[in-house]
Design a protein around this ligand. Structure first.
Ligand code: PMP
Length: 344
């Protein structure tokens, strides 16, 4: 890409244009050719840089955001970090209303990027005035000229990926991509990227990855919201307990569900075998690929692009902690090489 030899005005110039990296060892016994779109190469270390920048720049164009305005969102995750980063460069205040379930590490990370963080009680319902949704809404109403990003219901979320992720993948694969495998949270990544790719070649298959405990796969198949599908799970950023308006379900061909345990092990495997330090949902996407192989979904000539949404450093106290893995019961025996690591 020649990017590295350039001098940049700010970190924001580095958003997007992430590399596509051939997967070797982790794909050794799989049918087809596998490439990872490694979003950790964004300056905020995740794909959410794309939507933060796009939504902010669209609001600037419309004249909604002016120097000194406030941007509000309800997330302690990647999107919060990306909005905080963009706000620093562009001179906005950033307010993030987060749940008290968020880890102290995450809250400190957001504060390090200059965000004002409102920690709201996790045990109240979404419509309680103390919930992080309601707090964000109230602050937005009270602050004239503020912008509420609302990533789960913002059309511009998928627009960001239509404008950048899709064209990048099409160019990088020289139009040879046959399948896209991507985790679905807000659905912005998969929907926007798929829309662009299917416009180039409607035969490209789009596979969404969902969690056990989430409603997305069932909704895709039946168009019914089944609340019996909802139960707690550990993977963050993937699946949902509501139907996100930012997802275009019609453009997705199929959903695959993955478990917390297998996704965690596959993420660790990617890091150890490919030297790409990935987050939990990268493991989930690759785990879905393995399951699709068991079902013989791919041919030798297929070119499969797998989205790796973020960086492993955000999961040091989770999937990369042997102690945490053991506490979850994710090691089959206490005597595996990995479990032994717990003792020191
Ligand atoms: N992986 C991670 C780590 C995420 O934070 C998200 C966003 N919630 C996703 C995957 C899914 O991306 P999207 O919201 O675009 O569906």
């Amino acid at each position: 890409m020649g990017q590295k030899n350039r001098v940049f005005d700010s970190v924001l110039d580095l958003v997007g244009n992430t590399p596509l990296i051939k997967l070797r060892k982790v794909a050794e016994n799989l049918k087809g050719n596998y490439y990872a779109k490694v979003e950790a190469f964004n300056p905020g270390h995740s794909s959410k840089d794309r939507i933060a920048l796009h939504i902010i720049e669209q609001a600037e164009k419309k004249g909604v955001l002016k120097p000194g305005s406030t941007i509000i969102e309800t997330t302690s995750g990647n999107t919060g970090f990306s909005i905080a980063m963009a706000s620093i460069i562009k001179g906005y205040d950033c307010i993030l209303a987060v749940s008290s379930k968020s880890s102290p590490d995450k809250i400190d990370m957001l504060k390090s990027m200059g965000a004002k963080v409102y920690v709201c009680p996790a045990h109240v319902s979404a419509d309680d005035p103390r919930s992080y949704y309601e707090v964000a809404k109230r602050l937005h109403q009270e602050m004239e000229g503020s912008v509420y990003i609302n990533q789960y219901f913002n059309e511009l979320n998928m627009d960001a990926h239509y404008a950048s992720t899709g064209p990048e993948i099409w160019k990088q694969t020289e139009g040879k991509i046959t399948h896209l495998v991507a985790c679905s949270g807000t659905g912005g990544t998969i929907s926007g990227t798929a829309r662009y790719l299917k416009e180039q070649n409607p035969n490209i298959k789009i596979i969404g990855v969902d969690a056990y405990g989430s409603v997305l796969k069932k909704f895709h198949e039946t168009k019914e919201f089944d609340k019996n599908e909802i139960y707690p799970y550990r993977i963050e950023g993937l699946g949902k307990n509501l139907i996100p308006g930012a997802t275009d379900f019609d453009i997705i061909d199929e959903f695959v569900k993955v478990t917390d345990q297998e996704s965690a092990h596959t993420a660790r495997e990617i890091s150890k075998t490919e030297g790409i330090f990935v987050g939990y949902t990268s493991g989930a996407a690759m785990q879905a690929v393995k399951q699709l192989n068991e079902d013989e979904k791919f041919n030798e000539d297929d070119l499969i692009v797998v989205m790796f949404p973020d960086h492993g450093s955000r999961y040091m106290s989770k999937i990369y902690s042997d102690k945490w893995m053991n506490e979850q019961g994710f090691f089959d025996t206490e005597n595996t090489e990995e479990a032994v690591g717990v003792q020191y």
